[in-house]
Ligand binder design. Structure first.
Ligand SMILES: CCCCCCCCCCC/C=C/C(=O)SCCNC(=O)CCNC(=O)[C@H](O)C(C)(C)COP(=O)(O)OP(=O)(O)OC[C@H]1O[C@@H](n2cnc3c(N)ncnc32)[C@H](O)[C@@H]1OP(=O)(O)O
Ligand SMILES: NC(=O)C1=CN([C@@H]2O[C@H](COP(=O)(O)OP(=O)(O)OC[C@H]3O[C@@H](n4cnc5c(N)ncnc54)[C@H](OP(=O)(O)O)[C@@H]3O)[C@@H](O)[C@H]2O)C=CC1
Length: 310
């Protein structure tokens, strides 16, 4: 048996029902495997039936429990119907992982309205629709008192966003949507706290996920260099993102809500790509005063475009 080797204890999610959007590939597939390994029944959500069937079969082979539902998370009626069917079939939803998403690289100025809307709908509106439906239909199914009587909190929600803390140059549509999702995470956390619902987010940095395969060759070449600008000098793994998600879903995070956990090797903390010497005290930071700029560096204080005009 090739069961997922989770860092968490066996049966952590025993008896729980979890929805993972984008569960048919990459990070979502990994999260689904880990949740199933920890005892949850996992419902995989995505648009491509073959991918969902394959992952559900993998989980079953490993002795876990999974089902799937083909749905575009941007389709409001489809999301409502899906959540209703899942609640009818399983009685409740205990965990929602809003992981489905994606984008394509493009300079901001070249983005079409249609492309912008496709990405914002995928990475913001879809997550909103999923969270709202799980909330609404959980509230209809169990009154607050019943939840309390069973000693069970409302569903825990984790939204997957991205490293967009300094904007997302080359992927403006996705950066804007993910920033929106981070803000939505905070609002939902406060509005739904009184129902015992916790809402948190995980912000992956550059992860060596199956999703990276979806990019074209020039983009893949760029991706092979990304590790150099990560302080930990490597890309992250799908399982490192999954561990953060499972932590936030678990009782270990029972007093956390509205938070975002970054899983990024420290990348946003050190965006400049100049090397740190082995002995850091040899690096003299005197500030960058123009008056003391060595002549050979003065050209680097203006943009190439400005330099061309002089
Ligand atoms: C130069 C950038 C440097 C950045 C540095 C590197 C950063 C590395 C990675 C950053 C971290 C993030 C990683 C990941 O997220 S991993 C991968 C996740 N998976 C995906 O991204 C999946 C692939 N993407 C998509 O499926 C699509 O982008 C999309 C989300 C839009 C899918 O939506 P939809 O199904 O609606 O898409 P459509 O094909 O119908 O397209 C709708 C319109 O969107 C425009 N579009 C879509 N794709 C492209 C494209 N490749 N290029 C240009 N325009 C695109 C277009 O207007 C579509 O309408 P039309 O088809 O009518 O033209
Ligand atoms: N890999 C990385 O470095 C990073 C990834 N992320 C984000 O993490 C998440 C997982 O990415 P990753 O595993 O790498 O990539 P994948 O492309 O493998 O995963 C995205 C999944 O979302 C599903 N999906 C996309 N659009 C929709 C939709 N409208 N409705 C339902 N399902 C949809 C896709 O399935 P289908 O097409 O069949 O519907 C796919 O299974 C994404 O949100 C991604 O943007 C964020 C930061 C970094």
């Amino acid at each position: 048996m090739s069961c997922y080797e989770s860092i968490f204890r066996d049966a952590l999610f025993a008896g729980q029902v979890g929805l993972v959007t984008g569960g048919g590939s990459g990070i979502g597939r990994c999260i689904a495997h880990e949740m199933a390994r920890l005892g949850a029944h996992v419902v995989l959500v995505g648009r491509t039936v073959e991918k969902l069937e394959r992952v559900a079969a993998e989980i079953a082979e490993d002795g876990g429990s999974a089902s799937w539902w083909a749905c575009d998370i941007r389709d409001e009626a489809g999301v409502k119907a899906m959540v209703a069917e899942i609640v009818a079939a399983h009685g409740r939803v205990d965990m929602l992982v809003n992981n489905a998403g994606g984008q394509y690289p493009s300079p901001l100025a070249h983005l079409s309205k249609k492309g912008w809307e496709a990405v914002v709908a995928t990475n913001l509106t879809g997550g909103f629709l999923m969270a709202r439906e799980v909330f609404e239909q959980s509230m209809q199914t169990f009154s607050r008192r019943e939840h309390r009587a069973q000693g069970r909190p409302g569903p825990a929600i984790v939204n997957i966003i991205a490293d967009m803390w300094r904007g997302m140059p080359g992927m403006a549509h996705s950066g804007a949507a993910r920033a929106g999702m981070q803000n939505l995470t905070m609002t939902a956390a406060v509005e739904w706290a009184r129902f015992g619902i916790r809402v948190n987010a995980v912000a992956p940095g550059w992860i060596a996920s199956a999703g990276m395969e979806t990019y074209d060759e020039p983009m893949k070449t760029t991706i092979t260099h990304l590790h150099k600008s990560v302080p930990l000098k490597r890309l992250g793994t799908e399982s490192e993102v999954s561990a953060a998600v499972c932590f936030l879903l678990s009782p270990a995070a029972a007093f956390m809500t509205g938070q975002t956990l970054s899983v990024d090797g420290g990348a946003p903390l050190y965006p400049n790509q100049f090397p740190i010497p082995a002995h850091s005290n040899s690096l003299a930071f005197n500030g960058f005063h123009r008056a003391t700029t060595p002549a050979f560096l003065s050209a680097h204080l203006q943009s190439p475009e400005d330099a061309d005009q002089t």
